[in-house]
Design a protein around this ligand. Structure first.
Ligand SMILES: [Zn+2]
Length: 201
């Protein structure tokens, strides 16, 4: 077990937050810098606030709709966003600069995310393999869904929280039903979880 990622407080303290900023930076793509790719209204760019040291942090602005959210995307949009993210995550996974690469999103006021505008992140970790801190057991638990492309479980041995839901994409499977299942679980967390939840990671 190791915890080698250092949070840079100096950068973190300068980072704008939806609660304090007047203008959402992601609503003004013409002013964004460090853009690496655009597809429709999806934009992949460098994160201006690299709060984690020895990482290569990037952001995917998923939509031009500030009030959109993964749990409410139409199927076509959902599939486009997840396919875009997965393809770039895989691209970085094979990049020799990184020991491992994270692809994640946060939503809601207690998720730790600083921007309301729908976005996800892909972060290359230069000297840390996050898989060192994960066991196969962490993904085991009651099966709540399975189709030809993916399956979903509720963790019996969650890593850090009381409720962890897992969606596993099967080998060489199509990501569309994987995306649909993630969306279904995000809706469950926000609307039907036994405890009130406004946020998820
Ligand atoms: Zn916005």
């Amino acid at each position: 077990m190791n915890t080698p990622i250092t949070f840079n407080l100096a950068i973190g303290s300068r980072k704008p937050h939806s609660g304090t900023q007047k203008i959402c930076p992601f609503c003004h793509p013409e002013k964004l810098t460090g853009i690496m790719e655009k597809k429709g209204d999806i934009i992949w760019l460098m994160n201006k606030f690299p709060v984690f040291e020895h990482t290569w942090p990037t952001v995917i602005v998923e939509t031009s709709d500030h009030n959109g959210e993964l749990s409410t995307y139409e199927p076509e949009k959902l599939h486009e966003v997840i396919s875009f993210g997965l393809s770039h995550w895989l691209q970085l996974e094979s990049d020799k600069r990184f020991k491992s690469v994270l692809y994640f999103r946060n939503y809601g006021p207690v998720s730790g995310g600083s921007q309301r505008h729908p976005h996800s992140q892909i972060i290359g970790l230069e000297n840390y393999d996050y898989r060192d801190n994960i066991l196969g057991e962490n993904f085991l638990g009651s099966l709540v869904h399975e189709d030809e492309d993916c399956y979903a479980t509720i963790s019996d041995y969650p890593l850090s929280c009381m409720g962890e839901l897992n969606v596993t994409l099967k080998k060489d499977a199509s990501p569309d039903q994987f995306a649909d299942t993630i969306q279904t679980l995000a809706r469950f967390v926000l609307h039907d979880f036994p405890l009130p939840c406004t946020s998820y990671n």
